[in-house]
Design a binder for this molecule. Structure first.
Ligand SMILES: Nc1ncnc2c1ncn2[C@@H]1O[C@H](COP(=O)(O)OP(=O)(O)O)[C@@H](O)[C@H]1O
Ligand SMILES: [Mg+2]
Length: 320
């Protein structure tokens, strides 16, 4: 279990993370989701004992990260933003080296390395120099390094960043295969990643947690409102004024020739809106009800249009 209490990291007078509180239960797979600069890596570096916080506490399996860092490091496998791989080592040599550092018993070294190679499907390249591997394979070596001591907890910082779509799918499968055997915290700004792998998501923005719940619950609460896009032939401004007078609508916005309405998701409200549009004589061309998906929810919760641009579209065949 990981317990984070009032965790803060300040750089000068700016907070990279600002009084974070959350808990990750044994066996859970939690997606740590947020736009670039939200504070994901900072939080992960502190949880894993690689960076000191400005204030606050982190407990891992009951051990305080700052008082007993070695106990914590033994129990955590960490894949940092930049995998800490040494190009001039061979894959299996490097994993053996990592296992030794992590205190794996000498008689178990061989078996631990073999396990890590098998879990990350690296057997074929175990004798190759790391510098000659593709980015996807290097990232797998980074994951193997995190796994080699068979830690209870895995902290994976954007494990698929910079990989091509095929490699992304492979990495996602590898992580899916680890479910059930480890408690996993996975940071990402790629939404299909959390949809594919996570029991729960924590959304962080500008150093603060904006929501923490199961994907299902977040979608339920957030999708209690819906967005409707209406295209009419004429009288746009007049229709906007008329719709604004309806008590059921939350907001009405004119976007070019489209009118975008937000309102509670209920059939009666939608029906009322549709009747109003038709009877207005503005010449209805299109009426589209868009239910919110995780991407909308993310953009709404992080309220950051730049962040929205960072979101990558799911690749073909990706989870939706
Ligand atoms: N060494 C540093 N000095 C000053 N600001 C930093 C430093 N490292 C990170 N930050 C700031 O802290 C915030 C959080 O960064 P980070 O944890 O890397 O975000 P994420 O991993 O979510 O993209 C960002 O605004 C970043 O600019
Ligand atoms: Mg980061």
């Amino acid at each position: 279990m990981i317990k984070v209490t009032d965790l803060t990291k300040a750089y000068g007078d700016r907070y990279a993370i600002d009084h974070l509180n959350f808990q990750v239960e044994k066996g859970e797979v939690v997606g740590f989701l947020g736009p670039n600069g939200a504070g994901k890596s900072t939080t992960m570096k502190i949880i894993t004992g690689f960076m000191a916080p400005t204030s606050g506490q982190v407990e891992v399996e009951g051990f305080d990260v700052f008082e007993t860092p070695l106990e914590v490091k033994k129990r955590i496998g960490y894949l940092p933003e930049l995998p800490p791989v040494y190009g001039d080592m061979k894959v299996s040599e490097y994993l053996k080296f990592c296992a030794e550092i992590k205190g794996v018993a000498i008689r178990k070294l061989k078996e631990s390395v073999a396990d890590a190679l098998a879990k990350t499907s690296l057997e074929d390249v175990e004798g190759r120099l790391i510098q000659n591997l593709s980015k996807g394979y290097k990232q797998r070596v980074g994951l193997a390094q995190a796994l080699v001591s068979d830690p209870e907890i895995l902290i994976l910082d954007e494990p698929t960043v910079g990989l091509d779509p095929t490699q992304v799918v492979e990495m996602r499968k590898l992580i899916a295969g680890l479910r059930g055997n480890h408690t996993i915290v996975l940071s990402t700004h790629i939404l299909p990643e959390v949809q594919a792998n996570c029991d729960r998501i924590i959304i962080i923005n500008e150093g603060k947690i904006v929501t923490s719940d199961t994907l299902e619950n977040i979608s339920k609460t957030e999708s209690s409102s819906c967005r409707i896009s209406i295209t009419v032939a004429r009288q746009h401004d007049k229709l906007v004024d008329e719709l604004n007078k309806l008590s059921v609508v939350t907001t009405v916005r004119l976007n070019g020739k489209k009118i975008e309405v937000e309102m509670p998701q209920s059939e009666e409200s939608v029906e009322q809106l549709a009747e109003k549009v038709v009877s207005s004589g503005a010449g209805l061309l299109e009426f589209k009800v868009e239910s919110s998906n995780l991407e909308d929810i993310f953009i709404r919760l992080t309220g950051d249009n730049d962040a929205g641009n960072e979101i990558q579209q799911p690749e073909a065949g990706g989870a939706q």
